[in-house]
Design a protein around this ligand. Structure first.
Ligand SMILES: NC(=O)c1ccc[n+]([C@@H]2O[C@H](COP(=O)([O-])OP(=O)(O)OC[C@H]3O[C@@H](n4cnc5c(N)ncnc54)[C@H](O)[C@@H]3O)[C@@H](O)[C@H]2O)c1
Length: 433
């Protein structure tokens, strides 16, 4: 039997020993789906605290309840380690490590490189390796392949290498790892087929594509589309503000068009690990090919202005109430980067709060998902929602669904609403974005 035939057989009989490197927002849900499909899963992470927590069956990811994880750990289907020697016993590996930006907005490939170096030490014939971290086109064939291929280990023959973008949307109750279609592209057609077969065992829909570069570009197209459309609607919001038009009403009415329009919404700025970051992986790569990604740069600029716009709105609202921002008490509702999640990465709340602090405001916040907040000017602890009653102005940055908006409207003297969370309410207290 060829290596491909052996591996296919192991995958189809669920005897393949699977591994997930990087057990965060992407890796842990994937490990759970693999285990649900009947595979034994070894998670590898350099974070000892995550490994220990997983081995106790305790989840640290909001989308995975402990009640789901614990039985899988108890039955031995999932275990975790910090030791890459475990790779020697694995047949498949999905790599889900971070891909942040450096301060210069260049890709930080250090996590991919270091995890691949660690895997390569224990790598063996017959393995399937799939990169899931979002990255620039060419990462899998230019950067990863040379780390694994040798004279006696040929890709597509002795081992199989793919890229498959992760599209998970934390906090989304309708679409999760299992039912989000999975795009996968291999270095060779054989790699694509083995990769697609692997995902078909645990996920509902698999979409094979012609190469790793196509698969890499799919993710960047999706996230660049989102980033640019958000920037466009943010700019429309700035225009509407100047012309005293309610942008939210405009968007809702436009969204009644049954074709050719898709609503995007303005807000206090981009947040999260994907939309503010991924398009810059693309612009960095295309620059090398002599193409300036002008839409991306412009969208980055416009989205980057939004926290300042919100702070100016707050300052103007306070001025209208004859209160200077300096010394005013401003209460922030919601600091996570989006509704109903606990992720603070790149959250625009951090920028808004820092800017308000620099203008001399005294800050408090409420967020049921974020009990403590680390800011340059000092750490804050979440306070009850009724703190808004004592504040000069309340700013809604993240519209968590558990907030009591009616109560807020009753008790707060002044509210700047950056998310249209108070849709349907009409009051002179409300200043909308
Ligand atoms: N979070 C999302 O919503 C989301 C959605 C789609 C795609 N992605 C992409 O998926 C990738 C992972 O994102 P995430 O949100 O899961 O990140 P995360 O920070 O939640 O998890 C990454 C994990 O990798 C571990 N790690 C770092 N270096 C390692 C190494 N050398 N070896 C082993 N483990 C290592 C970290 O300790 C961490 O537990 C990123 O490329 C991201 O852009 C994320």
């Amino acid at each position: 039997m060829t290596y491909s035939e052996q591996l296919r057989q192991k995958i189809e009989t669920r005897k393949a020993r699977t591994g997930v490197v990087g057990l965060g927002y992407v890796g842990l849900p994937l490990a759970v789906e693999l285990a649900h499909a009947g595979f034994s899963v070894t998670g590898i992470d350099i974070d000892q605290a995550k490994v220990d927590s997983l081995n106790r069956g305790e989840s640290y990811i909001q989308d995975i309840p402990t009640s789901v994880l614990k039985p899988l750990v108890k039955s031995g289907l999932i275990k975790a380690t910090t030791d890459f020697a475990a790779v020697a016993d694995l047949d498949t590996i999905n790599i889900c490590v971070p891909t942040p930006l450096r301060k210069t907005k260049d890709p930080d490939m250090s996590y991919i490189v270091s995890s691949c170096q660690s895997i390569a030490k224990h790598f063996h014939a017959g393995m399937l390796v799939i990169l899931e971290s979002t990255t620039y086109p060419g990462t899998t064939d230019e950067l990863m392949l040379p780390m694994f291929e040798r004279d006696d280990l040929k890709v597509g023959e002795h081992f199989f290498l793919c890229f498959s973008p992760e599209r998970v949307d934390p906090g989304n109750e309708k679409f999760q790892t299992k039912n989000i279609p999975k795009v996968v592209g291999g270095i060779t057609p054989e790699c694509t087929e083995v990769g697609a077969l692997f995902y078909r065992q645990s996920l509902d829909t698999v979409v094979p594509v012609g190469s790793t570069r196509v698969a890499e570009m799919v993710k960047l197209l999706e996230n660049t589309f989102r980033m640019i459309n958000i920037a466009m609607v943010n700019e429309i919001a700035l225009m509407c503000d100047r012309m005293e038009i309610n942008v939210w009403e405009v968007i809702d009415a436009a969204a009644t068009k049954p074709f050719g329009y898709m609503p995007f919404y303005p807000g206090p700025g981009l947040g999260g690990h994907c939309i503010p970051i991924d398009p810059f992986y693309l612009s960095w790569k295309t620059k090398q090919a002599g193409i300036e990604a002008r839409f991306i740069e412009l969208a980055g600029y416009i989205n980057g202005q939004m926290p300042l716009f919100v702070v100016d709105k707050v300052q103007n609202a306070l001025n209208d109430a004859a209160k200077p921002v300096k010394g005013s008490h401003i209460h922030v509702m919601g600091v996570a980067y989006k509704r109903d999640i606990d992720d603070m990465r790149e959250s625009p709340a951090l920028d808004v709060m820092m800017l308000l602090m620099k203008r001399g405001a005294k800050l408090t916040y409420s967020d049921p998902h974020v009990p403590h907040l680390r800011l340059e000017g000092g750490d804050l602890t979440a306070l009850p929602e009724d703190t808004a009653a004592a504040a000069d102005c309340t700013v809604i940055i993240t519209d968590h669904s558990t907030f009591d908006y009616r109560g807020l409207l009753e008790r707060a003297p002044l509210i700047v609403d950056t998310r249209n969370a108070l849709k349907g309410y009409s009051s002179a207290k409300i200043v909308r974005l």
